[in-house]
Ligand binder design. Structure first.
Ligand SMILES: [Zn+2]
Length: 399
């Protein structure tokens, strides 16, 4: 977003036209101008390098949503979905914010790769269970069908769902035929496929060709109810602190639900690091502005709410800065000690500062000797900054 604001031209226009979507270590950047995309990629690479990560070149590519770009067909895949625009007549067309017809329509579908993967898995299950009981096969297939359909039910998939059901039906028919090579098709249908009737007394037949045995019925993708999502707008954060949503969500957390609510309100629903609104599904963490290890207290003025990934970045930068500062200090100390020893061995007077350092180092040495003799255990060691709102978490991994 900082980047969007830095672009030439109308700032509000640029910001509203640059879309950044991130999920775990996967992300998409959308913009109409190829140069903006290239620039964004550069900036992200540099930023990742700072935290010790890098963009995976063979997993990153530039696409156009409407026309083929370089070697790629139009559209792109993200999280197993394919997002692509299609030219259409004015009645089906999307309109821009000013109501002007664009002549295109954006469709989101399961990606081809994911459809194929899913179907191959089903086919494999059928092949591996040539001699299994019908109900066992149904029990193996149903969770696959249910899981996949539920994941993709928010996108346009009616056609894909029924295509998959057709393919599976064909595959199952072969499964039946192979088991009974000498039986007629009518016999096979009678044994494995049944009709379903309404249970309301009318006895009206709902459908034919249902693959079932006793109470085990094979699910159909096409039976999945398709649900449309509403996107949460970046500008209108639902978490302004008055919202009980996060409070209830964090209420499950053993620590500080009230802190989170109050911080959200103080920060107007925005992350203090990247300045973007917290959105549904974002992981938030409470951060100590001055780390506890440096004497920072757990009180409101020393706490801030950050995205988990922003917190990671901040922590990485903090650690880096701390390490660098310590190295610098160590170097200076070593140089001073060298000077001190040279001066002492040549009988030259020490400066006031050198004298202090020498006395300190002497004290430290005697202390260390004492503790080596066995009384102290080293419990006061400084640990890294503790994360208040962290239970278990994965570490950033390479894209
Ligand atoms: Zn953030």
């Amino acid at each position: 977003m900082q980047f969007a604001e830095s672009l030439k031209g109308n700032k509000i226009h640029n910001k509203s036209n640059l879309t950044f979507v991130r999920y775990a270590d996967d992300f998409v950047i959308l913009h109409q101008n190829i140069n903006v995309i290239l620039e964004a990629k550069k900036i992200i690479s540099e930023w990742l390098k700072e935290v010790g990560l890098e963009i995976s070149e063979n997993k990153t590519s530039i696409r156009h949503t409407l026309i083929p770009y370089e070697d790629f067909e139009a559209g792109f895949d993200f999280l197993g979905f394919n997002i692509r625009q299609y030219p259409v007549g004015k009645h089906n067309s999307a309109k821009n914010s000013k109501g002007i017809t664009l002549g295109i329509k954006t469709l989101i579908k399961p990606s081809k790769k994911k459809i194929l993967e899913h179907y191959n898995k089903i086919e494999q299950t059928i092949n591996e269970n040539m001699t299994a009981k019908q109900f066992s096969l149904i029990q193996l297939l149903n969770p696959q069908i249910r899981g996949w359909s539920n994941y993709y039910r928010t996108v346009v998939s009616k056609e894909i769902f029924s295509d998959l059901d057709d393919l599976i039906w064909k595959r199952l028919w072969r499964w039946c035929k192979r088991r009974h090579p000498n039986k007629s098709s009518k016999w096979i249908k009678g044994k494995y496929f049944h009709s379903e009737f309404r249970q309301d007394g009318t006895g009206i037949r709902i459908r034919n060709w249902v693959f079932k045995e006793d109470n085990f019925t094979l699910l159909k993708h096409d039976d999945t109810e398709i649900i449309r999502h509403t996107k949460v707008k970046d500008i209108a954060s639902p978490f302004n602190g008055d919202d009980t949503y996060w409070a209830t969500r964090m209420g499950r957390h053993p620590e500080l639900p009230l802190t989170v609510t109050r911080l959200l309100k103080d920060q107007k629903g925005k992350c203090n690091y990247c300045n973007l609104n917290f959105k549904d599904g974002d992981r938030m963490e409470v951060d100590h502005i001055t780390p506890k290890s440096k004497g920072g207290k757990t009180e409101y003025k020393n706490l801030q709410l950050l995205h988990r990934h922003c917190h990671d970045t901040k922590t990485a930068n903090d650690i880096k800065a701390e390490k660098e500062a310590k190295e610098k200090e160590d170097r200076r100390y070593e140089e001073m000690m060298e000077v001190i020893f040279i001066k002492l061995s040549s009988n030259i007077d020490l400066t006031e500062e050198e004298g202090k350092i020498y006395i300190d180092s002497y004290k430290r040495q005697t202390k260390r000797k004492k503790s080596k003799q066995g009384c102290t255990h080293n419990k006061s060691r400084v640990t890294g900054e503790p994360y208040e709102a962290k239970v278990s978490r994965t570490v950033l991994r390479r894209a």
